[in-house]
Design a protein around this ligand. Structure first.
Ligand code: SAM
Length: 481
């Protein structure tokens, strides 16, 4: 599939003929493959490649991504689908340029921060922010599209840090949480020119009219994002497209109404060898990734601070709104006692019931999540622990992925790769590794989910939404028959 003619003409005009040609040629070369490691499930990201590969044998580590402390380039693309560590959430497959957003926050105190990720699905940057804010912080990950929000929630469960609330609403509903957030990230829906290399559909879907449409949408999202940001807080704006209208143009249009309220964020070091093109739009510092210069996909990122109060100050209560009825109620004493058994540090948690499901929220942000649920639809938050039957917990799959799970609470069935892949396909697994009752299913010591042994049979309760459906091995062998 050729690049769109109008796109090629424009980059040649904007970048000059030679540079435009270099960009177009780079868009026909293979993309680098990269991952970002989980802060606790994967081992130390600063370990040498051979040590990392011993813990994550499906991955062939090449070199660290210089702007992302947990990011690594791989020498080749493995079959992620058939790697049990991928399913355990030990790493997230993430394009290198987009990992740059963590570098933009390197001078910001992110531990304990409230970050709003306004356009969050499928969750690449959400999981990155969750790794940064820690248990005292909170990431509110919003997605306007219900189907995409469900995928986002799955990825949040799998990352397992318990410090994310997933909301599904229009950005303006979160804008109404005025000045509530320490940082707001707008990874805007865009015309996707930076994906021309990775995703052939991006070429067919692109049009000049689409660029204008995206630009108008970005204006609205930025308005809501700015409203939600507290004075002293940081706004991060990013797209995966090259054109000016959706990048510098969006910032210029925003500054037309916000210029007096914005100030430069702290400068972040950018090594010339990284190939990033740095610039400025008023108080915004901007960073452009071109695939013929930097080792990553096309990407644009910018950051500025909201002027006003000194950094570190933020409101304690959300402004009043026409409240929705929250479905959340505090868990009773019996439920709390049962929940506590399943967690490593239950004293740090608040337990609530939402419908028939028991959830754990980290104490410092529990009130925020509750208030949030009174304003906008929250489809996932904290750690889903499970349902109670006669006072006993039937654990939710999310609890298996949680870094807070107390493994002493139940027996562990350690499966070999063949059995683990059968489990991940929701097929029958051999009972030998299981004891009677509910077991935590692990592969290479990493938790994948729960399963219950009843006599000689194992009930495989792996979630249908996560199950492996593609199977090239079976398909290939079927073709041979
Ligand atoms: N941040 C995500 C990540 O790192 O995985 C990628 C986000 S993607 C570039 C942009 C998202 O914005 C899409 O999931 C899309 O559904 C959502 N979106 C589309 N229209 C929107 C709108 N009007 N307001 C907010 N989000 C929108």
């Amino acid at each position: 599939m050729l690049l769109p003619e109008a796109f090629m003409r424009r980059v040649s005009r904007d970048l000059g003929e030679a540079e435009g040609r270099a960009l177009c040629e780079a868009l026909d070369t293979p993309s680098p493959v990269a991952v970002r490691l989980h802060p606790t499930k994967a081992g130390a990201a600063c370990a040498p490649p051979h040590e990392l590969a011993a813990g994550l044998p499906a991955l062939s580590f090449d070199r660290p991504i210089p702007w992302s402390p947990q990011g690594w380039y791989l020498t080749e693309r493995p079959s992620f689908t058939f790697d049990t560590d991928f399913h355990a959430g030990a790493y997230y497959v993430q394009e290198p340029s987009s990992q740059f957003v963590c570098h933009l926050l390197r001078h910001v105190e992110t531990r304990g921060a409230r970050i709003l990720d306004m356009c969050a699905a499928p969750g690449g940057k959400t999981t990155l922010y969750a790794s940064m804010v820690g248990a005292d912080g909170l990431v509110v990950a919003n997605e306007i599209d219900r189907r995409r929000a469900a995928v986002l929630a799955d990825n949040v469960r799998k990352w397992g840090l318990g410090n994310v609330a997933v909301t599904v609403c229009e950005p303006r509903a979160l804008g109404d949480c005025e000045t509530w957030f320490d940082a707001v990230a707008v990874d805007a829906p865009c015309s996707g020119e930076g994906m021309f290399r990775k995703d052939p559909d991006a070429r067919t879907e692109w049009s000049e009219a689409g660029v204008h449409l995206c630009a108008r949408r970005q204006d609205e999202i930025l308005r809501a994002a700015w409203q939600a940001l507290r004075p002293g807080g940081t706004l991060i704006y990013s797209t995966c497209t090259f054109n000016r209208e959706e990048n510098e143009g969006s910032l210029e249009r925003m500054l037309a109404w916000a210029v007096d309220e914005a100030e430069p964020s702290d400068e972040v070091p950018v090594d010339a060898a990284w190939g990033i093109v740095c610039g400025e739009v008023g108080p915004f510092r901007t960073y452009r990734f071109y695939p013929h210069r930097a080792c990553g996909e096309g990407f644009f990122a910018a950051a500025a601070r909201k002027a006003g109060a000194a950094a570190g100050t933020r409101p304690h209560r959300m402004p009043k709104s026409k409240a929705r009825r929250s479905a959340v109620v505090p868990a009773d004493r019996m439920a709390t006692a049962e929940a506590a058994r399943w967690l490593l540090e239950p004293e740090r948690m608040k337990f609530v019931m939402a419908g028939d499901t028991l959830y754990a929220w980290f104490g410092p942000q529990a009130e925020t999540v509750r208030m949030l649920s009174e304003r906008v639809p929250v489809i996932y938050s904290g750690i889903a622990l499970g349902q109670l039957f006669k006072g006993r917990l039937k654990p939710d799959p999310a609890l298996a992925f949680s870094t807070e799970l107390n493994r002493a609470a139940l027996p562990i069935a350690e499966l070999d790769e063949v059995q683990a892949l059968r489990y991940l396909r929701r097929q029958e697994v051999e009972a030998a590794a299981f004891v009677e009752g509910v077991n935590l299913v692990c592969a290479r010591g990493r938790a994948l989910g729960f399963a219950k042994r009843i006599g000689a049979r194992v009930n495989n309760s792996y979630p249908a939404s996560l199950r492996i459906v593609a199977d090239w091995r079976e398909t290939a062998s079927e073709r041979c028959r």
